[in-house]
Design a protein around this ligand. Structure first.
Ligand code: IMP
Length: 413
């Protein structure tokens, strides 16, 4: 049985908390896309860990953690997380031999391209994600499994640097000394090779176990279905999780979509329900909306039903987890984006581009005191009405409601 957790907005919905809550139910936890652009903080035995690449199954001492073929792995980051986390994690970590590697030049290219884009910058996390995926699609990438033959790999990389010489020069990216690259690769191999395997085969052989696919980033950042070009470079939606792991589509059981009770976005790009004034500032402050990976302040705004419906449909969500409801405590009124308008025409569907789109709002009465509620009955009436309104508008059941940072501050309906 394979379940999936997927973000419904622009990321940072709090997927980590739900994964943390349910991780104990799974034997295998799988990352299937993205890289160390993702990030969440977990607390285990009172110690805080910032996870970027390790799947959240590390929290469950019995779970096997799989970094699937669709992930782009920056080996130094993975090695660091393994060391920081605990030594035993090595015994329950599998890295796909088909996963592509982020090398230092990918990071340099990412930064250089952003610099050259100027005001049109994507606002990437500068982790080399886009350039590594670009090489993968161009069939010029390096897979983790290729660490088995360092000399062959070095030959391939020398050709790569030669072929891309002009481009790298144009970007101002220095071609590394191939001997230094070789030393790095040998180190990566020493640290990681025993964990590299054919994870597709492993997942097929263990398909009767309870498995969780843990999404990174979120639907509106999907390379095909998100707000292109202001997206990440992987398929973040449910079907991407299947491609990125090799799990056969019909094995997918339950899909849980994660959304905040409001909306945030880091980086550039359209955001119809963004609140750039005082109310947005208040959400940012109350919700501590600063990026885990880059520390950037997140842009904040109201819940967007049009975007949520689109995300729920494309991911075939069975249920939604609504996060950080307590952040809206104390607002006299809360707004919900229920539609869009473009050139005076109403749109009820999330269009392929959001140019000139303006939100249509409904305003609901606010509430106070949802913080820390652990039962539906503990919620203020207006908070209940808000949730029921979102359910009615999105057409999807809200199964979990998060009302605080603690794992227990969660209502399960
Ligand atoms: P990249 O993934 O670093 O290429 O960044 C592309 C876009 O995705 C930027 O707007 C980033 O802010 C955004 N992004 C990437 N990873 C995350 C994430 O984990 N949470 C939220 N936004 C992200």
């Amino acid at each position: 049985m394979v379940d999936l957790i997927v973000g419904l907005q622009w990321g940072d919905e709090g997927k980590g908390k739900i994964v943390d809550l349910v991780a104990k139910n799974y034997d295998v936890v799988i990352r299937s896309q993205g890289g160390h652009n993702a990030g969440h903080t977990v607390v285990l035995d009172g110690k805080k860990y910032a996870l970027h690449l390790l799947p959240s199954g590390v929290l469950n001492p019995n779970a096997v953690n799989v970094i699937g073929n669709g992930v782009v792995v920056y080996p130094p980051q993975l090695i660091k997380e393994i060391k920081e986390f605990d030594k035993n994690i090595k015994n329950r970590l599998l890295i796909s031999d088909k996963a592509h590697m982020i090398l230092d030049h990918h990071i340099a290219i990412d930064k250089a391209r952003e610099r050259l884009r100027g005001k049109n910058a994507i606002g990437t996390t500068s982790r080399g994600i886009g350039p590594a995926y670009a090489d993968k699609i161009a069939r010029a990438g390096v897979r983790m499994g290729e660490l088995k033959d360092i000399d062959k790999l070095i030959g391939k990389l020398s050709d790569y640097y030669e072929m891309n010489k002009g481009y790298l020069e144009y970007l101002g990216v220095k071609i590394p000394d191939i001997n230094d690259v070789k030393k790095q690769l040998i180190f990566y191999k020493e640290e990681l090779f025993e964990n590299i395997t054919d994870t597709t085969k492993y997942l097929w052989d263990n398909i009767s176990k309870n498995m969780l696919l843990e999404g990174a980033q979120a639907t509106l950042l999907d390379i095909d279905h998100g707000t292109y070009p202001y997206v990440t470079s992987s398929n973040t939606i449910a079907s991407g999780a299947l491609t990125g792991s090799g799990i056969p589509p019909k094995k997918l059981n339950k899909v849980t979509g994660i959304a905040k009770a409001y909306t945030t976005r880091v980086g550039n790009g359209p955001f119809p329900t963004e609140e750039s004034g005082e109310e947005g500032e208040r959400i940012r402050k109350q919700g501590a909306e600063f990026g885990t990976t880059t520390g950037r302040p997140r842009r904040c705004g109201w819940f967007d039903v049009v975007a949520a419906k689109y995300a729920i449909t494309i991911n075939s969500c069975d249920e939604v987890a609504l996060m950080k409801l307590d952040v809206l405590d104390g607002f006299k009124e809360v707004k919900v984006g229920v539609g869009y308008e473009r050139n005076g025409k109403r749109l009820d569907y999330f269009p392929s581009d959001l140019d000139d789109v303006k939100p249509v709002y409904e305003t609901l009465p606010g509430w106070d005191g949802s913080s820390g509620a652990r039962k539906w009955g503990d919620l203020p009436d207006n908070a209940k009405k808000y949730i029921e309104f979102l359910e009615e508008k999105t057409g999807c059941k809200i199964k979990y409601i998060s009302t605080g940072a603690e794992r227990e501050d969660t209502i399960v309906r």
